[in-house]
Design a protein around this ligand. Structure first.
Ligand SMILES: Nc1ncnc2c1ncn2[C@@H]1O[C@H](COP(=O)(O)OP(=O)(O)OP(=O)(O)O)[C@@H](O)[C@H]1O
Length: 257
């Protein structure tokens, strides 16, 4: 049976900016993502939640081209982007962060942003340090994410939460319209979680769509307009936070009740 959860709320008329049809991936005998058909709403903060191992990161990896699905489709609007290479998907304006924050520890904070904009060659990225408009943009983004005072610090010397902000800054360098965040609050202290949440709200208010995988339920419920819930590789619920919080299938998945 096809596990289809349509994004019927909060606004049925809102188009899906990204969607999947029957997306499937197994690793040996592990069915990580099974026949998933879901849609994410344009201009909204979409949440993707589920217990550990329910397939969220594997799903993200397929949508962003990092791994190839066994079967199924990834659609941006009406266009299939299934099996496109990650850089090609990025050029569509789809940016992402990673569960385990990816920064270059021995580069400075500013250099990390210069690398982010030219990921194919570290050398050319660092040469970009002499490209005034790129540097100006990087500084603007550092100010935006609130770590401009750390410009000259090596990334390994700033806190994990600041590294998460730096990684988000790297995503913003490409000016994406759709931003996929894998556990933006994971391992981050409460003060910085609040800053990350504020930043997501501000960027969303500018018209950027978010798809956020996150285990911090307070954050998810406060931040997201619409939530899809995975369990054992399949979507089991979709709706506004109030619907998700009272959905018996969701409670069962999390609590085993
Ligand atoms: N490269 C891989 N090789 C083998 N098994 C994998 C691989 N990647 C993921 N899995 C398995 O696929 C399942 C889904 O994993 P995935 O990381 O997508 O879940 P998740 O919902 O993101 O989990 P978490 O919330 O803990 O990050 C798990 O059973 C995991 O062990």
């Amino acid at each position: 049976m096809t596990a289809t959860v349509e994004p019927t709320s909060p606004a049925p008329a809102t188009p899906s900016v990204l969607s999947t049809r029957g997306l499937t991936k197994s690793f040996g005998g592990v069915h990580a993502v099974r026949d998933v058909s879901v849609g994410f709403l344009e201009g909204k903060v979409n949440g993707l939640i589920g217990p550990n191992g329910s397939g969220k990161t594997t799903f993200f990896n397929m949508v962003t081209g990092m791994i190839k699905p066994d079967s199924g489709e990834v659609m941006q609007g009406e266009r299939s982007i299934t099996r496109w290479a990650p850089h090609r998907i990025a050029r569509l304006g789809i940016g992402r962060s990673f569960q385990l924050c990816r920064v270059f520890p021995r580069l400075t904070v500013l250099e990390n942003l210069l690398v982010a904009v030219r990921p194919t060659s570290l050398a050319s990225a660092l040469l970009g340090a002499h490209h005034a408009p790129t540097v100006a943009r990087a500084r603007e983004i550092l100010a935006r994410v609130g770590i401009e005072h750390l410009e000259h610090a090596e990334a390994r010397d700033i806190s994990y939460g600041q590294q998460k902000l730096l990684e988000l800054g790297g995503v913003l360098m490409a000016d994406p319209r759709i931003i996929m965040l894998d556990e933006p609050a994971g391992g981050v202290n409460p003060a910085l979680i609040e800053r990350i949440a504020t930043l997501i709200r501000e960027l969303n208010a500018e018209g950027r769509t978010f798809i956020v995988v996150e285990h911090n339920m307070d954050l998810v419920m406060n931040l997201c307009d619409h939530i899809v819930v995975f369990d054992r590789g399949r979507p089991i619920a979709a709706g506004v936070p109030a619907e998700i919080q009272s959905d018996p299938a969701v409670l069962e998945a999390y609590l085993g009740v």
